[in-house]
Design a protein around this ligand. Structure first.
Ligand SMILES: Nc1ncnc2c1ncn2[C@@H]1O[C@H](COP(=O)(O)OP(=O)(O)O)[C@@H](O)[C@H]1O
Ligand SMILES: [Mg+2]
Length: 275
C-alpha cells in the first residue's frame, strides 16, 4: 500500500533549517495497523501529513497504491485524499456551530452525495461509533470522548481505505483514551482498514501490531507482529501486505542497530523498505 523511500522534509524558519524528516524508509501494508511513536517535535505529524497527502516531501518518494504522492498534481492529490484517506486529530476539529450529524455530513459534501444519502450515511456512521442518540447535539454539548467519536464517524463516513489519526487520545483522560483506542481497534478489525496512529504514549502505541519509532526525523520499526493483521482488500502493484504469519512462540528476532527499543512486548523485528 505504502512504500516510502529516502523521505526527507525540511522546513526553513528564518535562517534556520529544521530537518523534520531525515531519510525515512518505511513500508505499510494493506490492512496494517501501524503506530508511529516518538517524543514531541521529532517528526510524527510531519510524517502523517505526508502519508495523508496533506503535504509533500522535500525529497524522496511516498508511493501509495502505485502513485508517488510527491509527484502528483494538486488536483490528483486532492482526489486521492478525498477517496482514500480519513483524518482524526487530537483536538477533534469539529465545527462548533454544527450538530454531530451535520459535522459528519460535511465530509460527504465534496463527494457529490445527495442530501438524503448524506443524512442516512451520517446517521449510520454515528450509530457505528455508538452515538446514535447524540446526533442533534452540538460539540460543546458532548464530552471529549464523544466529540472524538463524532470526528471518527466523520473520518469514516466516506469509507476511506486508510484512517490517519494524529494523537487521537492526546486530549482525553485515561479511561476515555482506552475507550477510543478500543473503538479504533474494533473498526480496524471489522472493516479491514489500514490504520495509522501517531502517539507519544506507549500505552497507546503498544496496542498496535506494528510500531515505528521516530527520533529526530528518523524511523525504525520496533515491533512487527502481523499475526493479527487483517488485510481485506487485494494487494496491488507489488507493495507489501503479504508477510507470512510470525511464529506463535513470541521468540524475539534480532534487532538491527539503532539504540534501545522503547517497546519490549510482542515480536520485534527490524524491517526495511525493501522487504
Ligand atoms: N510548518 C512548519 N514550519 C517550520 N517548522 C516546522 C513546521 N512543521 C513542523 N516543523 C518542525 O519540524 C519538527 C517536527 O515537527 P512535528 O512533525 O510537528 O513533530 P511531532 O508531531 O513529533 O511533535 C519540529 O522541530 C517542528 O518545529
Ligand atoms: Mg505532532
Amino acid at each position: 500500500m505504502y512504500a516510502l523511500t529516502g523521505v526527507t522534509k525540511r522546513f526553513t524558519k528564518g535562517r534556520k533549517e529544521v530537518r523534520a524528516l531525515d531519510g525515512v524508509d518505511l513500508s505499510i501494508g494493506d490492512g496494517d495497523w501501524l503506530a508511529i511513536q516518538g517524543p514531541t517535535g521529532h517528526g510524527k505529524t510531519t510524517l502523517l501529513q505526508l502519508l495523508g497527502a496533506l503535504d509533500r516531501p522535500t525529497s524522496g518518494s511516498v508511493v501509495f497504491d502505485g502513485d508517488d504522492l510527491a509527484k502528483l498534481s494538486e488536483r490528483r492529490l486532492a482526489a486521492v485524499r478525498a477517496r482514500s484517506f480519513g483524518f482524526v486529530f487530537q483536538f477533534f476539529n469539529l465545527i462548533p456551530t454544527l450538530t454531530a450529524q451535520e459535522n459528519v455530513e460535511t465530509a460527504l459534501v465534496p463527494l457529490k452525495v445527495s442530501a438524503k444519502a448524506r443524512r442516512e450515511r451520517a446517521a449510520t456512521a454515528l450509530a457505528d461509533v455508538g452515538l446514535a442518540d447524540r446526533s442533534g447535539h452540538l460539540p460543546a454539548e458532548l464530552s471529549g470522548g464523544q466529540q472524538q467519536r463524532v470526528a471518527i464517524a466523520r473520518a469514516l463516513v466516506t469509507e476511506p481505505a486508510v484512517l490517519l489519526a494524529d494523537e487521537p487520545t492526546g486530549n482525553l483522560d485515561e479511561d476515555t483514551r482506552d475507550e477510543i483506542i478500543g473503538l479504533l481497534e474494533g473498526l480496524w478489525k471489522d472493516r479491514g482498514l489500514t490504520l495509522i496512529t501517531v502517539t507519544h504514549d506507549s500505552t497507546v502505541a503498544r496496542r498496535a501490531p506494528r510500531i515505528a519509532w521516530i527520533s529526530k526525523g528518523r524511523v525504525s520499526l520496533r515491533k512487527d507482529d502481523r499475526r493479527v493483521q487483517r488485510p481485506r482488500r487485494a494487494t496491488r502493484k507489488g507493495t507489501d501486505g503479504e508477510a507470512p504469519p510470525k511464529g506463535d512462540d513470541g521468540a524475539t528476532v534480532p534487532k538491527s542497530a539503532g539504540g534501545a527499543s522503547p517497546v519490549t512486548d510482542g515480536t520485534t523485528e527490524e524491517e526495511t523498505a525493501a522487504e
